[in-house]
Design a protein around this ligand. Sequence first.
Ligand code: ATP
Length: 328
Amino acid sequence: MNEPIKKIAVLTSGGDAPGMNAAIRAVVRACTYYRIDCLGIYRGYQGLIEGDFKPFTAREVSNIINKGGTVLQSARSEEFKTLEGRQKAFENLKEAGVGGLVIIGGDGTFTGGLKFIEEFNFPIVGIPGTIDNDIYGTDKTIGYDTALNTVVEAIDKIRDTASSHNRLFFIEVMGRDAGFIALNTGIGAGAEEILIPEKNLGLDRLEESLKVSKKSGKSSSIVVVSEGDKIGKNVFELADYIKEKYPFYDIRVSVLGHMQRGGSPSCYDRVLASRLGVAAVETLLDRSTGVMVGVTNNQVSTVGLNKAIKMNNDINIELLKVAEITSV
Ligand code: ATP
């Protein structure tokens, strides 16, 4: 594997995120810029196993920077979790003359990539693409900023109706293991309480802050609940529990769901994705492998894929205090 790289392949895998297209575009165009070929692999690792790929040129990625989703499509591949599946994928890459692979995705995608490197010594660089922002080694993941804006816009709309009817809303947002979306959109949309997986604030505190809101004369209350919060009740059970104890509340539940993944990427995500796409190609051409490219303190940085997977991106606890203070 020491000859110069003449062809790089790119795939998107796991959950899609706005900005993935901007990253694909940047990878393809960086390949053109550095005069190497680029191969687009459809449906993530499954497409790699099935040989579902085609050459991508700079013009083929025109007008996709503004589009949500991924033109390469994404998939979850059980077959890639088997050695036979990964063997097929390796043979396909070798046959197509690919010298390096860019994988855009989250934890699972990187775990699969790392295995592939260990088994076949194949050069791989990762780009963090997930709305959850739960990947160590980058200040932000691609799609996170767009998701924040989407969620804030949705909560603003819910606030309008909540205020008109003096209602209490429980709004569930994505984030099974990480509360970045809940915490930041909760502050951004002025929620009365925010429940996140990283910290179990307990039912007492929730009840207390609802009482405080009621007493202070607020015309509505909004509780933003992360999917994976640790209070031990899902958003519907939480609403039922409060209704039973405080029947005077007019309560509604809203689960924002998959709309959080869609939409045109924000300018921030487009720029981030463009920087990381270029960086991934340059990193492979520099003969580096097994790393993820990210942006740390506004500088492009790299971190080992093993670290990116194993370590956690810490939540900024100061934000919880800000949320408490600004919701009085
Ligand atoms: P998101 O966090 O947005 O869901 P992700 O990259 O973590 O994205 P996963 O579905 O966990 O999404 O993983 C994507 C794909 O990576 C899987 O479908 C599988 O093909 C591959 N993968 C995940 N874990 C492993 C593993 N342990 N070994 C081999 N491949 C894996």
